[in-house]
Design a protein around this ligand. Structure first.
Ligand code: GLN
Length: 259
């Protein structure tokens, strides 16, 4: 082989190596996956709770926010925290979205942006199965009531005359106190009460009376990030149109959404 040919081969290999190196560096320079950090109080079945086997966060809100993330081209990272810490975390920029069965209220809407409503809820009263004295809101007067801290249930309980209201970190803890006889009633979100009783509590507890309120759940974003709020509303709309929202709803509630 002539020196010229060898030189050409070496040159060729050199060019190829450069090309490959180029590919490599292109890969590492690829844009990072876009992630939204979603804050949630994850003891609120069937909206958010930890799957016992997989340890993954699951539930209606979790499926919905993952579907919304996918629709927007974002990966979703769930950050579990106390319910009363969610809005401060959003304001501090530690999370981007709240998906936590959060009721849209005027007071909260001063601090955060809410998406369009995604679930119709309300509050109900839970008592022990053998309690025949508490049948309505009025019967709660002077009683011991358990609620979850920072919730609309806590706000409603504070309106009951002479009641002693005790705040717990989440509904399961409030239900446990009811079962133990430490309180007379729990005021909490209807779908969560119904799910608790259907899953584990039908011997111990029952719902009494009509729903006390009518509430809408919304996804919350920071007022500083209006763009994300708009994207979420758009994705929610798309999921409602393409049937994905209905699929998730039926999976968790066994019925189709009302509208
Ligand atoms: N919907 C109720 C509220 O917003 C309770 C929410 C919750 O406990 N995750 O206050």
């Amino acid at each position: 082989m002539s020196k010229k040919i060898i030189a050409l081969i070496v040159l060729g290999m050199f060019v190829m190596a450069l090309g490959l190196a180029g590919c490599g560096s292109e890969k590492s320079a690829a844009p990072e996956k876009k992630v939204i950090r979603v804050g949630s109080e994850t003891a609120f079945a069937p909206f958010e709770f930890q799957d016992e086997k997989t340890k993954e966060y699951t539930g209606f809100d979790m499926d919905l926010i993952r579907a919304i993330g996918k629709q927007m081209g974002y990966e979703v990272e769930i950050v579990s925290m106390g319910f009363d810490g969610l809005i401060p975390a959003l304001e501090a920029g530690n999370i981007d979205v709240i998906a936590s069965g959060m009721t849209i209220t005027e007071e909260r809407a001063k601090k955060v942006n809410f998406s369009n409503p995604y679930y119709k809820s309300g509050l109900t009263i839970v008592v022990k199965s053998d309690n025949n004295t508490i049948k309505s809101f009025k019967d709660l007067e002077g009683k011991n009531i358990a609620v979850q801290i920072g919730t609309t249930g806590a706000r409603e309980a504070s309106k009951v005359k002479n009641a002693k209201v005790r705040e717990f970190n989440n509904p399961p803890e409030a239900f446990m106190e009811l079962k133990a006889g430490g309180v007379d009633a729990v005021i909490n979100d209807k779908p969560v009460n119904d799910y608790f009783i259907a899953q584990s509590g039908s011997k111990d507890a029952k719902v009494v009376g009509e729903p006390l309120t009518s509430e809408d759940y919304g996804l919350a974003t920071s007022k500083k990030n209006a763009e994300l709020g708009e994207k979420i509303n758009k994705a929610l709309d798309e999921l409602k149109k393409n049937g994905e929202y209905e699929k998730i709803y039926v999976k968790w509630f066994g019925v189709k959404p009302a509208n």
